[in-house]
Design a protein around this ligand. Sequence first.
Ligand SMILES: [Zn+2]
Length: 468
Amino acid sequence: MRILIAGGTVLTATDVIEADVLVDGEQIVAVGRNLALRDGDLDRIIDASERYVIPGGVDVHTHMELDASGAVASDDFVTGTRAAAWGGTTTIVDYAGHDRGEAPLAGLARWHEKAKGRACIDYGFHLMISEVNDRVLAELGELADTGVTSFKVFMAYPDRYMINDEEMLLVMQRSAALGTLVAVHAENGGAIELLRRELVADGHLAPEYHAASRPPDVEGEATARAIMLAGLAGTAVYIAHLSARPALDAVHDARDKGQAVFAETCPQYLYLSEEDLHRPGIEGARFVCSPPLRPAETRALLWQGLRRGDLDVVATDHCPFTSEQKAVGVADFTRIPNGLHGVEDRMALLYEGVHRGELSLNRWIEVAATAPAKLVGLYPRKGTLAPGADADVVIWDPSVERTMSAASHHMNVDYSCYEGLTVHGRADVVLQRGEVLVEAGQFVGRPGAGRYLPRGKMWGKGVTVRRP
Ligand SMILES: [Zn+2]
């Protein structure tokens, strides 16, 4: 199939140009003006006039059907990747995990089983490390060889994931040797455990106390410690879901010194706040995630961090739970499954940032597609529009004004954290590797069409940072 996407405005992380995009089979073969005149041998012309032509979104932080201590995230690899496509995202990197006592490769195999033949869009895996021993450290090399080139370590969740500083440093040293990337869940788990117990003992059980149990300094301290350890190991470090001012300050300072520190925030921290946790009963429980939602004034700082380049990526931490699942902890915040939806909403919530003047068009594409693809070793196959890239193309209509709602989203969750929010823009046509996934208000992709993406090693020892 040769498809010409004609007459649109092509956006990349660096360009805003009037151009056509020529797709041959699974790849883009040309970006330029009047390509139809030069090459008449076309199977199809898709009109993109009055709209933006952008690379498919790359969401590098999802948890499809994650079993989170008793509750399983309500989107699986079919429903979650279908919803992603609806929103203009064509690549996810999901967090595979292993249980304590289980080999990482065995855990990864379980994730391959969940996704194989079911994902509607292309996918890769990171690995969440839940314990450190000789076998785990040895297997990191084998994981990298199979395209799992990033590992997440946890400074919180002692029951399941948390490792100590010595173990973290061992993982970072190993990663430095392999040229892979270490992602960090940066919250001080010891402090959180004690604060939680104290709050519970005092009878503070409502959802809002979830935030009180994990205050901003707990994130700031852990972020600074992770950066220090990465500096000792001489490895690049990626701070996942950064939400709080002290954590942003720690990243800013490290980047000023030229350390290879990268950071991600999420749409929920840009739009929601801890006030949402004060909603009554189940309403408040629906907004529980970790790190927790922060004071409203933090949002402006995070947008600023995206503009300044201290934050590189916006990913979702997509891990939805239904109201029924959240209800388990209405009377005890420690029992509420942690996680929010977002995989379908992310591109629109970031474009709304463009509409409101928070981000430029180029920076939108950079934080939503290009930078994440680069950081996880998928660029330039994913994350841009250029000859040789996969033909993952979205035609984005900026003129649409719509209201976000659970009634119209496609994620498998019965509520929307953004219910009633007016946003601008919508993915009109979505292609992956030259195949149409969404068009004319219909999903025409299929489960199993998504492919596993073995990833390369993009960032290793000695990488320095550059601000946009
Ligand atoms: Zn996560």
